[in-house]
Design a protein around this ligand. Structure first.
Ligand code: ADP
Length: 542
């Protein structure tokens, strides 16, 4: 027997339509490329997105077309997403930090017909447009007065394009499994692979994010959305915020400590989401200036492991709760979130912190397990660790164009490429990415744990650990440190500091100091580059 409920397809156009009806006046504040601040609201975003849809249709864009966006977080970028998805076209986020060959590959693979581009990236696309033959036209996201003199193919100013549209466009009305967004993930081997979100997966993930067990996105909050829209679907905030009616503040290109502070303070943001690097820059700025964060009550940190020092500093010095989350492009992206559950609510601070520092528990839409090399399930005892696998309605079941073949096992599990443990309370902890874990004498050393421990040293601005080949032990850890400005410390200082914090055999064989650690396109430490940089480095113990 079937239930007697309406067939109401979960399509994302309904999210911004809901915002238009229920909280049209809630603001969206954007930092523009020139540093100025502009304001709009969900009502206006809805109206303009509809005109954009109509203009796109007049220019021949149809259901299923892929359209690139190379833009910072700003209201025009958000309008573009909704203008595309309302008519069943697909936003394809392009990370501006991609290497040229990757950009050519990705745009060609997706066969993007247009690219919407922020002013700051016009020169990049001018330089590469010859290698992007599928792109018929470039839309520059700027006011008419700012429209640059550009040789981009059939360049049009975004505001002129909107003016070409009418209000009477038809949105939605298609299957909720229709493709909605495309985001390529770096992929450890071979070419980048396209993760193709559906309207249904985006809607379910956003509903999840509004729930208390995940990000608790609410109308009462104001969110500084630092995580870029080109990074793993902006952690679903572009959908969850209009769904809940949360005021959005978008930092555009300026993500240094001072600029982030100005927006947090000036817009009275209560919540924010970003990778640890951004928070390190903010905390350094606060330390230097003595500024405080009276409005902010929580920050969501993910993308790479949150160092203990960041969580403690936010807690103790600023009264800001850190919510640690794990996910990946393929998981839309929230996989787990670390909240204080009743069983740990009354634990002493340090003990509770060790749970909060784990990557967390899975929300309803994510099933997760760990298994050993033979695919046998491992216990949730907090000790055993193995391949982390996930299953759910917002998790990839393949890559765009069939790249990478079948990515699920016989029971539908997706192997994340991460190694993790899960404790009896359901808190998952990432040991490492399987390719970064250091294999020493048949045992594993977690580069993440070592980095986090080293980050507690007062002179450490940033730390990374890689495994280097070792004739006896297979691999041994090398600790690479960037010191804070004006601070000094020796290798011995770091090993002394680590001595009572890690197992003896985990001690890095050497500590090197560098001016800068390389970061990948999503702002994470690039271990690939570090391994290349230190490939001829000889450890002193050899
Ligand atoms: P990329 O490969 O370009 O970094 P993703 O953004 O999809 O692509 O990265 C997902 C990966 O980032 C995860 O598989 C995991 O290794 C790492 N990651 C994400 N969040 C965390 C976290 N909180 N702690 C540790 N690692 C994390």
């Amino acid at each position: 027997m079937q239930g007697l409920m309406q067939d109401w397809q979960l399509t994302c156009d309904k999210i911004i339509a809901h915002a238009k009806t229920n909280h049209p006046q809630r603001e969206i504040v954007s930092r523009q490329v020139d540093g100025s601040i502009t304001r709009t609201n969900y009502g206006a975003v809805y109206d303009r997105a509809r005109k954009l849809s109509s203009a796109l249709q007049k220019r021949g864009i149809v259901f299923g077309d892929r359209i690139g966006t190379m833009a910072w977080n700003n209201a025009r970028h958000l309008e573009t997403w909704y203008g595309l998805i309302g008519i069943g076209a697909i936003y394809h986020t392009l990370n501006p930090r991609l290497f040229p060959q990757q950009l050519h590959y990705i745009v060609g693979h997706a066969q993007d017909r247009m690219i919407f581009v922020d002013l700051s990236f016009v020169p990049i696309l001018e330089a590469h447009q010859a290698a992007l033959p599928s792109v018929e036209c470039f839309v520059v996201l700027c006011d008419r007065a700012q429209m640059p003199d550009t040789n981009l193919r059939h360049a049009v100013c975004y505001e002129d394009l909107i003016d070409e549209g009418d209000d009477d466009v038809v949105w939605g009305g298609f299957d909720e499994n229709t493709a909605c967004g495309l985001c390529y993930t770096s992929g450890t081997t071979g070419n980048p692979k396209g993760v193709l979100y559906s309207h249904r997966s985006n809607t379910l993930m956003s509903l999840t994010c509004t729930s208390g067990g995940a990000m608790n996105i609410r109308g009462m909050d104001t969110c500084l959305m630092v995580v870029p829209m080109f990074h793993a679907n902006a952690w679903a905030l572009s959908f969850a915020a209009p769904m809940a009616g949360m005021k959005l503040v978008m930092p555009g290109p300026m993500m240094d400590g001072k600029s982030i502070f100005e927006l947090l303070d000036g817009e009275k943001c209560t919540v924010s989401a970003a990778v640890p690097t951004v928070w390190l820059m903010l905390l350094n700025y606060l330390e230097e200036t003595g500024a405080k964060l009276p409005h902010l009550n929580r920050v969501i940190i993910g993308g790479s492991a949150c160092p203990r020092a960041i969580m403690e500093k936010f807690d103790k010095d600023y009264g800001v709760q850190v919510i640690h989350a794990w996910g990946m492009t393929e998981t839309s992206p929230i996989g787990t979130v670390s909240h204080i559950e009743p069983e740990i609510a009354d634990l002493p601070y340090d003990e509770q912190l060790s749970y909060r520092l784990k990557q967390g528990r899975s929300p309803f839409v994510v099933e997760m397990k760990i298994s050993d090399d033979d695919g046998k399930d491992l216990p949730r005892d907090g000790k055993a660790f193995g391949a982390l696998k996930v299953r759910g309605p917002a998790i990839s079941n393949g890559y765009f164009g069939g790249e990478g073949g079948n990515v699920l096992d016989d029971e539908g599990w997706f192997d994340t490429g991460d190694v993790a443990s899960i404790d009896p309370l359901g808190y998952m902890q990432i040991t490492d990415r399987s390719k970064d874990v250091i294999k020493s004498g048949g045992e594993w050393i977690s580069s993440i744990d070592l980095e986090n421990a080293a980050m507690g040293h007062p002179a450490a601005a940033e730390c990374a650990v890689i495994g280097l080949p070792h004739p006896k032990w297979d691999e041994r850890p090398l600790l690479i440190v960037v010191l804070k400005d004006g601070m000094s410390a020796s290798a011995q200082d770091f090993t002394d500091y680590l001595a009572d914090k890690i197992a003896k055999w985990w001690m890095p064989d050497d500590v090197v100091f560098v001016g800068e650690i390389p970061h990948g396109p999503t702002g994470k430490v690039s271990k690939l580059d570090l391994r290349e940089q230190f490939k001829d480095y000889v450890l002193p113990t050899i």
